[in-house]
Design a protein around this ligand. Structure first.
Ligand code: DCM
Ligand code: DCM
Ligand code: DCM
Ligand code: ZN
Ligand code: ZN
Length: 271
């Protein structure tokens, strides 16, 4: 996701974490501010193109070699690259974040990766191989050319909020309040329990895979409903957007809610 998605999921998580989790993470991340998680949510994207951070570049996604729209599935052995994928990254940094033999700065870094990768895991095109997660497919958005990955990372949710300009921070804060209400007492209240059904802290890989498979299904239903070839060159800001936006909003809500539950487990285990 772009800044809006990542910052929003982190704000949502900060609304649901236990008090002990909040206190621990504020201390670890060195901030007592309300945006202590939101402000680190995009850090992993800022280092992926640096020399030292290059080793993390494949950690943001898993390239499911499936065949949308007929068949969507994720196969860990087949799809996770040797250099790592979002499944192994989330599992590894979860383990590092509870490792008492690591210094605080390493556990802080691990927590920042966890906050970021739970987010990316909920973007459909981060769970799909076709054209490198849609990066190689040109489409139109309000008549201008974009790649499909960018549309799903940013354009759809930015339009959904009516976001203007390049600074997502205040839009994310506002959206997170709205989604927190929807989770607590609105349209997601009845299903939020199901969102944690696959969460198993004793098996981070399987948990991440379950979330990945759920998200990958959306590739067949909403990203390529008529296949990858049919979408190239199409204008997506109309009917396609109308169908996609509520689905993406739910993915953002799920990611934030699951992030909170996962961070609670991390802090429980560490303390
Ligand atoms: N940021 C922001 N508004 C805030 C806090 C942070 O726009 N209230 C942005 C600035 C940086 C990123 O978040 O791009 C990381 O912030 P920091 O400098 O606090 O690490
Ligand atoms: N791919 C693509 N367009 C590119 C680069 C790669 O469609 N510009 C495809 C080819 C492979 C898959 O993505 O099926 C994985 O590529 P890579 O080896 O770059 O991860
Ligand atoms: N990406 C993806 N799947 C791939 C390659 C990249 O989901 N096979 C994502 C990571 C970034 C975006 O696409 O969010 C752009 O990646 P890059 O800058 O590596 O092209
Ligand atoms: Zn992306
Ligand atoms: Zn990312």
């Amino acid at each position: 996701w772009g800044g809006l998605g990542h910052v929003t999921t982190a704000y949502i998580a900060s609304n649901f974490v236990a008090n002990t989790t909040e206190a621990y993470l504020k201390q670890l991340l060195g901030s007592q501010d309300a945006d202590y998680m939101a402000k680190v949510a995009s850090w992993a994207d800022s280092i992926r193109y640096t020399k030292w951070g290059r080793f993390t570049s494949t950690f943001h996604f898993i390239d499911a070699h499936d065949s949308p729209p007929e068949d969507c599935n994720v196969d860990f052995e087949r799809d996770c690259k040797e250099t790592g994928c979002v499944i192994t990254a989330l599992a590894n940094y979860t383990k590092q974040s509870v490792d008492p033999s690591l210094p605080a700065w390493r556990r802080a870094q691990a927590a920042k990766f966890v906050i970021h990768f739970v987010g990316d895991l909920h973007q459909p095109l981060h769970n799909e191989d076709v054209a490198r997660g849609g990066n190689g497919i040109h489409v139109l958005w309000n008549g201008r050319e974009f790649n499909l990955h960018h549309v799903w990372d940013s354009s759809i949710t930015e339009k959904w909020l009516g976001m203007r300009g390049r600074k997502p921070y205040r839009w994310a804060e506002k959206w997170s309040k709205d989604l927190t209400e929807k989770i607590n007492s609105g349209i997601y209240a009845d299903e939020k329990g199901d969102w944690l059904a696959d969460l198993d802290f004793s098996n981070p890989e399987e948990t991440a895979l379950a979330w990945s498979r759920e998200c990958n299904k959306l590739v067949c239903q909403y990203v390529f409903p008529e296949g990858p070839k049919a979408i190239a060159g199409q204008e997506l800001s109309g009917e396609y957007y109308e169908k996609a936006a509520p689905v993406l909003e739910k993915q953002v809500a799920r990611a934030g809610y699951r992030m909170a539950a996962w961070l609670d487990k991390i802090v429980d285990q560490y303390l």
